[in-house]
Design a protein around this ligand. Structure first.
Ligand SMILES: NC(=O)c1ccc[n+]([C@@H]2O[C@H](COP(=O)([O-])OP(=O)(O)OC[C@H]3O[C@@H](n4cnc5c(N)ncnc54)[C@H](OP(=O)(O)O)[C@@H]3O)[C@@H](O)[C@H]2O)c1
Length: 253
């Protein structure tokens, strides 16, 4: 994609991967709007990067997505890129599902309904721009499910599938469709401390940005880049190994 002169909306851009990408896009001369549920995190991000624009928004709620798109396209009529990055991850033991269904459904609404709905709301606006892009943040777990996060893994496989279909449907338009598949990265995903074993955030974001500059449309890093090339047998082996490793480290699960 062309890396400067864009106006981007990054969902979940106040922390982690979203903020790391926001910083890099700002440095390349882009207008960047970030949204998230916690006003305090948006404020912190704005203090670090005063040129960021911020908007409180819960993308898991339909009316909030409609309001966000109305707000952003009215204020920033040149909006031409969405980074569907907001996401949550929950460990779920399928033998002991004691929460109300709403608790589990939240993962589907945040990780699947939100990016699909936001994309569909923005396509009519994007096709009017000179050029545009939809960037979906899926996961290495869309390729090799993490059995301890079964709903999360299913949401990421769903978003990956949607991204492929979207790319086909928009092939003849001005709108590029890009997928970023992070491996484990050291952020607060799932709660503070759960991803400290992951890749350093800045190394990951620098590499993703370089690949974007090269025009790549399916971008992994480390393990997830390898898994994009893996055979069915390798995928099954990696999935089983990861599950056994998780059980060993989390015997109480
Ligand atoms: N870190 C990893 O290991 C890893 C691996 C693969 C894929 N990913 C994906 O990368 C993306 C970013 O995650 P991250 O690792 O950077 O974790 P993170 O630091 O927890 O970032 C997630 C961001 O999304 C926002 N968010 C969550 N639910 C939202 C909602 N309903 N509406 C608006 N914003 C919402 C959060 O802000 P608020 O809480 O303030 O709303 C937060 O800023 C996610 O899609 C995740 O699945 C991460």
């Amino acid at each position: 994609m062309k890396m400067s002169g864009n106006t981007l909306l990054i969902t979940g851009g106040a922390s982690g991967i979203g903020l790391a990408l926001a910083e890099r896009f700002l440095n390349e001369g882009n207008e960047v709007i970030i949204c998230g549920r916690r006003e305090s995190k948006l404020q912190e991000a704005k203090e670090r990067f005063p040129s960021l624009h911020t908007k409180v928004c819960d993308v898991s709620m339909e009316e909030s997505r409609v309001e966000l798109v109305k707000w952003v396209t009215e204020r920033f009529p040149k909006l031409n890129v969405i980074v569907n990055n907001a996401g949550i991850q929950q460990r779920v033991n399928l033998l002991h599902m004691h929460e109300e269904w709403q608790y589990y459904e939240k993962e589907l609404m945040s990780n699947v309904s939100a990016p699909i709905h936001l994309t569909s709301l923005l396509i009519p606006h994007f096709v009017q721009q000179e050029r545009a892009a939809v960037i979906n943040v899926t996961s290495g777990l869309s390729l090799t499910p993490g059995a301890w996060v079964p709903i999360y893994s299913a949401t990421k496989a769903a978003l990956r599938s949607f991204t492929i279909s979207l790319r086909h449907q928009l092939e003849e338009t001005n709108t590029e469709v890009i997928e970023i598949l992070p491996p484990a990265v050291n952020t607060d995903l799932g709660g503070p401390g759960l991803h400290t074993f992951g890749a350093p955030l800045d190394d990951f974001a620098d590499s993703i940005f370089e690949e974007l500059k090269k025009g790549k449309i399916e971008i992994g890093y480390g393990d997830s880049a390898k898994r994009l090339q893996a055979s069915k047998e390798e995928i099954e082996k990696a999935t089983a190994q990861a599950w056994n490793g998780f059980l060993k480290n989390n015997p109480e699960f």
